[in-house]
Design a protein. Structure first.
Length: 269
């Protein structure tokens, strides 16, 4: 390196400010060399990969005191089809039929009126609904050895088997109850009992009051019997207790509670 030549001394600035001292020149400084990058390591050689382990169901060991479960029964297609048919027959035929029979024989029954013995209350071809609850209850108790006669109320319209020929069914009105004295005289009916020792007319205040009741009757109604008469009191209008006597309770089918037909005369009786 050549020696730096001497610099002349700085001359004072005419303004009185000394000139800056020159900085000796130096060699340029080169940046440090960047070392070369290190070679990348070789990728590891893949080894053998273990297959995935499938999930395993938990093992359940039965308790020694626990019984083994019973396998569910299986049905072949033929047995399953037959079972479906049988269930359908039971649910849609036998059960409804049993309900209808029970209702028909012990609860309600329908009857058509034939004849004019109950005119003007009932007419030929009227369709009645008859309640058999009271009579069925009495018959059930009688079957168990308990005698509890079914006695309908006075003025109730009842349907019953004719005592002298049970194949015939009549419809009449109850006028006399057990133990009462019934007198038919001069076209009127008079009932005597403990509540009315002087007697009363059961037709008073009804549409039958203006109709003469033919016959001459004076009798005591026996126990478990009723005295029945048709509403048609004209000659040969009704064949009832005035001709064949009182009605034993065991022949009573039930009480007429509703007239269903004709439609324009629907009525609770």
């Amino acid at each position: 390196m050549d020696p730096t030549p001497p610099q002349p001394p700085a001359q004072p600035d005419p303004e009185g400010i000394p000139a800056p001292t020159p900085v000796p020149a130096t060699e340029p400084i080169s940046p440090p060399a960047t070392p070369p990058p290190a070679p990348a390591p070789d990728p590891p050689t893949p080894g053998p990969v273990a297959p995935p382990i499938p999930p395993q169901e938990p093992l359940i060991y039965p308790s020694p005191n626990q019984p083994e479960p019973t396998p569910e029964p299986t049905l072949t297609p033929e047995k399953s089809w037959l079972k479906t048919i049988l269930l359908g027959v039971v649910n849609w035929l036998l059960i409804p039929l049993a309900i209808v029979l029970i209702l028909h024989n012990f609860v309600f029954q329908a009857f058509h009126v034939i004849g004019s013995s109950m005119v003007p209350t009932l007419h030929d071809t009227d369709y009645l609904i008859v309640s058999k609850v009271g009579a069925s209850q009495s018959a059930l108790l009688r079957g168990f050895g308990r005698s509890q006669p079914y006695i309908p109320k006075r003025d109730q319209i009842i349907v019953f088997h004719y005592p002298q020929d049970p194949s015939l069914v009549f419809v009449k009105r109850v006028l006399g109850l057990p133990g009462e004295r019934v007198v038919v005289h001069n076209g009127h009916v008079t009932i005597y009992n403990q509540a009315h020792p002087e007697g009363f007319d059961p037709d008073s205040g009804t549409n039958r009051a203006d109709t003469a009741t033919l016959g001459e009757i004076d009798e005591i109604v026996p126990g478990a019997n009723v005295f029945v008469v048709g509403d048609n009191r004209t000659p040969n209008g009704s064949y009832d207790s005035r001709e064949w006597g009182t009605l034993p309770y065991r022949y009573i089918i039930g009480e007429a509670v509703f007239r269903l037909l004709p439609i324009d005369q629907i009525k609770i009786l």
